[in-house]
Design a protein around this ligand. Structure first.
Ligand SMILES: [Zn+2]
Ligand SMILES: [Zn+2]
Length: 550
């Protein structure tokens, strides 16, 4: 039996998804409603707090209070009922599909009866989707292809899972008062996540259990064996909370990170309390293995590249890119903070649909870089660009412009649907240009949003080796491109990789950790990662006097 507050939590969660679909992803109201759900745990379970008390809770403003009043007096929210009838059940997933619009989402529901992703796949196969106004056969097929990549109806892509896990982690730390850790599938950076695992430390497990059974942010499903509480989000993503007394958290982290044989070997004979995960590795006489590599044979796992070995970032945008939000100085300061020896500035160039730098602007940027260089004496600041590969493999900056650059990154940002032969020829042509030393996000996939281009990766790997082009493992959680399996294959073919953040804003420089985690999962060692080179050798690599192979 759920409390009024829990029912309200479910209603506001759903309303947030619906409003976001209806108003677009930047919807202010959608954000406010979602935020309110997290605030409800500070409100009485029967919703009898006075309006003043409600408004005193951060995250509950007058707009939300009105909805709460309506829910309290009528047992429902009219806006929710209205939108619910218009949009598919699985709207949160479907709205992310390329070229999807609110009108198309409504038509899917009202014309084709699509509620779940699987309904759309079936409708696309039977030709129903392409009959909708504004959708051709290519889009219908693309939608189906993207949805088919999800391993299960409840699975969410890594970028969503990480955000949700971090939100739950903060929420539990706040309400239970002890330390918390994200573990399991999110910690090992699985591309798709069906269950979020969190270890939560508490000296009062009964109170923790009580809190979890009453929370409004997720549905409580009961207790599993031991001290695991099982919940699910209001849209069905699994959530396991591993409640532990202080001192056992290290062991719980090892167990929940897995895999089970790795954990069992580590924990055999460990009985002491108050051991961190690092202590447990030390006690068992092993080096600490980064979580994504724990499924690998021990010899490989212990030699994977570490985040601290990355000495520079080769893909960073400044506010000279239309979508960049960091000034040049902010980028360089962040680089120094991260202990980097070099940074390659790679703003978008003018061939991109939404615009970028032309040779004139590149010249101005060079002057900017020269003028701030003295403020960062220990950082080699390189001017590059993220060149756009056009349909035929040409680059969007002329030779004179390219001559200005120290080196460049090139990437595909359009014509994702070319056939394999055309796509491959195009990518290889771009890679053969001597200025191009990094191939950005080589397959173009975005997990749950866009499928990979059709390209002959063996040919890409061979060309990378022949022309000294590093293959990026892009650190955006929705990209992770190359993926771990492809990174393994690239290195096996002799190619080198680049661990890049592709940061556009402050905070995203840390994306490089996701790139490194992907390489760890792939079993890649530092010798195969170009930006682990010390600055002098890196400079030699740019000038072509050193070849590095994985
Ligand atoms: Zn790009
Ligand atoms: Zn970029």
């Amino acid at each position: 039996m759920s409390s009024p507050r829990q029912s309200l939590g479910a209603a506001l969660w759903r309303l947030s998804d619906l409003v976001r679909a209806d108003e677009g992803r930047r919807s202010f109201r959608a954000k406010a409603y979602r935020r309110a759900v997290w605030s409800l745990d500070d409100v009485a379970p029967d919703l009898t707090d006075s309006p003043e008390m409600m408004l005193a809770v951060p995250g509950i403003g007058p707009g939300v209070l009105k909805l709460i009043d309506e829910f309290r007096s009528k047992g429902e929210i009219a806006l929710l009922e209205r939108l619910d009838a218009l949009y598919p059940q699985d709207v949160a997933r479907l709205r992310r599909l390329p070229r999807m619009t609110p009108a198309l989402l409504r038509s899917l529901k009202t014309e084709l009866g699509v509620d779940q992703a699987v309904d759309l796949i079936v409708a696309a196969e039977s030709g129903g989707v392409e009959t909708m106004k504004g959708v051709g056969p290519a889009t219908a097929e693309r939608w189906a292809r993207i949805l088919e990549l999800a391993p299960g109806p409840r699975a969410i892509p890594a970028f969503q899972a990480a955000a949700l896990a971090e939100a739950f982690e903060r929420h539990l730390a706040h309400h239970l008062g002890g330390a918390t850790w994200v573990t399991g599938s999110v910690r090992v950076l699985d591309e798709w996540v069906e269950t979020i695992d969190i270890v939560a430390e508490t000296s009062d497990p009964a109170r923790a259990e009580q809190f979890l059974s009453e929370t409004s942010v997720a549905r409580y499903l009961g207790r599993l064996e031991g001290d695991r509480a099982r919940l699910e989000t209001h849209d069905g993503v699994g959530l396991r909370v591993h409640v532990t007394n202080p001192g056992r958290a290290g062991a719980r982290l090892v167990e929940t990170t897995g895999p089970s044989d790795h954990a069992a070997a580590l924990l055999a004979g460990v009985e002491d309390d108050n051991l961190t995960e690092l202590d447990i590795y030390a006690l068992s006489g092993r080096v600490w293995i980064p979580p994504p590599a724990r499924g690998l044979p021990e010899a490989t796992a212990s030699g994977v590249v570490r985040l601290a070995e990355v000495r520079g970032d080769l893909h960073v945008h400044t506010d000279r890119s239309p979508d960049g939000r960091m000034s040049l100085v902010e980028v360089l300061a962040a680089g120094v903070d991260r202990g980097y020896e070099y940074v390659l500035i790679t703003d978008h160039t003018s061939g991109l649909r939404f615009g970028g730098l032309d040779p004139q602007a590149l010249r101005r940027q060079r002057a900017d870089i020269d003028s701030v260089r003295s403020r960062f004496p220990d950082l080699l600041v390189l001017q590059g660009a993220e060149l756009n590969v056009d349909r035929d493999g040409g680059l969007d900056v002329d030779e004179e412009g390219l001559a200005l650059l120290d080196m460049a990154v090139a990437g595909v940002h359009s014509h994702f649907d070319l056939d394999r032969a055309e796509q491959t020829a195009r990518v290889l042509t771009a890679m053969r240009h001597p200025k191009v030393r990094v191939l950005a996000h080589p397959t173009g996939r975005r997990i749950g949003i866009r499928s990979a281009i059709e390209v002959d990766l063996e040919a890409v790997f061979a060309t990378a080796v022949e022309h000294g082009v590093a293959l990026e493992v892009n650190g955006h959680r929705d990209r992770l491109d190359l993926s771990a399996p492809l990174a393994t294959a690239a290195v096996a073919a002799g190619a080198v990789l680049a661990a890049n953040s592709d940061a556009h804003r402050v905070g995203e420089m840390g994306n490089v950790a996701n790139s490194v985690a992907t390489m760890q999962k792939a079993g890649v060692g530092p010798v195969s990662v170009i930006n682990t080179l010390p600055v002098d050798r890196f400079r030699d690599w740019i000038s072509g006097s050193v070849t590095v192979s994985g």
